[in-house]
Design a protein around this ligand. Sequence first.
Ligand code: SF4
Length: 221
Amino acid sequence: MTKKERYQIVLDYFEKNIPNAQTELQYTNPFQLLVAVILSAQCTDVRVNQTTPAIFKKYSNVQALANATFDELFPLIKSISYPNNKTKHLIGMANMLIEKFGGEVPMTVNELIQLPGVGRKTANVITSVIDEQPNMAVDTHVFRVSARLGLTTKATTPLAAEKQLIQYIPQHLIHKAHHWLILHGRYTCLARNPKCNSCGLTAVCLYYKKQAKVNVKTANN
Ligand code: SF4
């Protein structure tokens, strides 16, 4: 099977089975999504969604967050991972939005990565979710699922995986494919115990094939 065929099968499967893939983070505008994605580093979306309503209520716009003090904001964030850094990043991010970007969330990766707390992955999420730009954010789920399915080969870093994925996924599907791979990794292709019995991709999955061989070998010993 060629790489192109492999991609086609996988993308067709997701298109059919997860037609309405979207982020599970709750937000109503780009500013809120940016806050949520910064908070989501090393943290589950569920936990972030429990945290953000109080933040959005108290700081309803960029200016309000820019005016926040560390001691005011920290208590709202302390239940999630790295609260110290995230508190500083959110206040710094809001201030830079005002000083450098006229209070608006910029929509290019190069501009976004200038903001405190925003790396390439976050910038890719913002631009692909808000603007459907063909940018692939590679998190732990995307990285693992892509490798297991053979969409990426010997990719040792998220950037290497990102480059391989955007080479083969049609541009108009990249923003959706990001969510497909995340959702598949979150609910089916789990890190420790993937639910292969309920996965429709066993026929193309390299990981599944390898495991099947190991099981046959073990049974024969
Ligand atoms: S067959 Fe198993 S390992 Fe492969 S993608 Fe599906 S759940 Fe993941």
